[in-house]
Design a protein around this ligand. Structure first.
Ligand SMILES: [Zn+2]
Length: 265
C-alpha cells in the first residue's frame, strides 16, 4: 500500500495486495486499491500448524495497510468459512470498522461468531444478492453464485476504474449440488464477453488432475457404509457443511440409527 502522499490518482492504476492466503490454506484476505480507496475481500484466519506450539490462531498481517484505515471503503466476504471470516473479530477495529458486505448465510454465521466477542455490528451489515451489484467507493461489486462446501457462497465481479476483475472465491464446478445452486457459469461467460482485466481463482488441490464427484454422490455412499457397519459410525465434517450433515443424518435414519451431534455449538 502507498502512503497517503503517494495515493494513486491515475484511473488506470490498480493495486492488489494479498494480506494472506496465497500459497497457503487459510488467512484469506485481499486488498484492492483504486483512486486512493481500498476494498478488502475476506478476513480469514489460519489454524496453527504442528510447529506453532502454544499458538491458537494465525491472523493475516495487515501492517502493510499502515495508517490507511480511513481509505477502506468496504469489507466484502465471499463465504462463511473460518479461513475467510475468522479473523474479522480480531482485526475489525484496526481496519477502521468498514461496512461489511456478505450473503445472508455468511452474515448469519458472522453474527453468531461476533456474539462470542460481545460485538454487535448489525448496523454495518449489508446483505448481498447474486447478480445484484453494489457500489462502494470507486468499485462496483457484483456477487455471482458459486457452489462450495458451505451454502450461500459468492464469487465477485469487481468493476474498477481500470477494468473488470473477477475474484472466484472458493468454488466447485458441481453440476448437481444438493441445493441446486450451481456455480453461475452463464454469468461468468458474460463477464468474459465483456472483457476481464484480471481473474483471481483459488483452488485447493489444483495440482491434482481429474474431477471431484458431486456432493450428491456422498449420500448414497453414506447409506451403503452405514448399512454394512456394525456398531457405532462416526462421521466427521466441517460444522458449516450443512449439506453433508443433512446427508449423514438422512443416511443414519435410512439405516435405522440413532443420531448424536457433537461439536462446537
Ligand atoms: Zn471455503
Amino acid at each position: 500500500m502507498t502512503s497517503e502522499s503517494e495515493q494513486p490518482t491515475n484511473p488506470d492504476l490498480l493495486r492488489i495486495v494479498a494480506l494472506g492466503g496465497l500459497g497457503e490454506i487459510g488467512m484469506n484476505m485481499m486488498a484492492v486499491e483504486a483512486e486512493g480507496k481500498i476494498l478488502l475481500i475476506d478476513c480469514g484466519l489460519m489454524f496453527p500448524e504442528a510447529h506453532m506450539l502454544g499458538i491458537d490462531l494465525v491472523l493475516p498481517d495487515i501492517s502493510s495497510l499502515g495508517e490507511r484505515s480511513a481509505d477502506i471503503c468496504a469489507l466484502v466476504l465471499t463465504h462463511g468459512h473460518e479461513d475467510h471470516i475468522g479473523a474479522l473479530p480480531y482485526l475489525y477495529q484496526q481496519l477502521g470498522s468498514p461496512p461489511i458486505f456478505a450473503s445472508r448465510f455468511t452474515l448469519g454465521l458472522l453474527k453468531k461468531k461476533l456474539a462470542e466477542f460481545d460485538l454487535n455490528l448489525n448496523k454495518q451489515f449489508h446483505q448481498l444478492e447474486a447478480r445484484t451489484a453494489v457500489s462502494v467507493g470507486p468499485f462496483t461489486v457484483e456477487p455471482f453464485r458459486v457452489a462450495h462446501s458451505v451454502p450461500d457462497g459468492f464469487g465477485l465481479a469487481i468493476r474498477t476504474p481500470a477494468g473488470l476483475i473477477i475474484h472466484s472465491g472458493d468454488f466447485k464446478l458441481d453440476t448437481t449440488p444438493l441445493d441446486g445452486e450451481r456455480t453461475d457459469l452463464a454469468r461468468l461467460g458474460q463477464f468474459g464477453d465483456e472483457g476481464v482485466l484480471l481473474l483471481m481463482a483459488d483452488s485447493t488441490n489444483v495440482e491434482s488432475c481429474g474431477y471431484s464427484g458431486s456432493e450428491r454422490q456422498v449420500g448414497p455412499r453414506f447409506v451403503e457404509l452405514m448399512k454394512q457397519s456394525q456398531g457405532m459410525v462416526f462421521v466427521a465434517t466441517f460444522s458449516s457443511n450443512i449439506h453433508r450433515i443433512q446427508q449423514a443424518v438422512d443416511a443414519a435414519r435410512a439405516s435405522g440409527r440413532k443420531i448424536i451431534l457433537h461439536g462446537r455449538p
